[in-house]
Ligand binder design. Structure first.
Ligand SMILES: [Zn+2]
Length: 159
């Protein structure tokens, strides 16, 4: 005896599920965002073996496998190492809404560090932005700070 599909009513089950979740950003991640929120200042970690300063602060230096425990204050300025003016609509995972296009994604070497920090640059005209230009972080107003990456509104070109 089989099931006659013609006589089978297909049922659906609908439910709305919110999926809020939280995850630990770790000791150094917490310090990094705390420092931005409270002092509008970047922190990195310095490797005792090779001297590299990494931002955001890391627990381990990848090339040396050294544990990093020296936090260093960094500038809010840096140099554009690469950038991309994005014209493709994209749902921002941090907000769940589409980021207005165009926007510019930048790879920035924060002054005093030895790696790349990526964030938005507020210039979307590709003719007005060049690798090597200096930028400065623009933070939210203090009362708007939440302790996350969006506390940095963007970087702006300073020269
Ligand atoms: Zn190292």
């Amino acid at each position: 005896m089989g099931i006659d599909r013609k006589d089978t009513e297909l049922l659906t089950v609908t439910f709305d599920k919110g999926m809020p979740y939280e995850w630990s950003i770790g000791k150094y991640g917490s310090r990094f965002f705390q420092e931005i929120k409270e002092h509008k200042r970047f922190l990195g970690t310095r490797c005792p073996k090779c001297g590299r300063v990494l931002v955001p602060p890391r627990r381990i230096c990848g090339p040396c496998f050294q544990e990093l425990d020296e936090l260093v204050e960094l500038s809010d300025t840096g140099t554009i190492m690469a950038f991309s003016v994005v014209n493709y609509p994209f749902i921002d995972p941090a907000t769940g809404i589409q980021r207005p296009i165009p926007y510019t994604y930048g790879y920035i070497n924060i002054d005093g560090s030895d790696n790349i920090f990526s964030h938005i640059i507020n210039e979307t005209d590709a003719n007005k932005i060049k690798v090597g230009m200096k930028v400065r972080a623009v933070f939210k107003e203090s009362q708007e700070m939440e302790g996350n990456i969006q506390d940095i509104k963007h970087f702006e070109i300073i020269r």
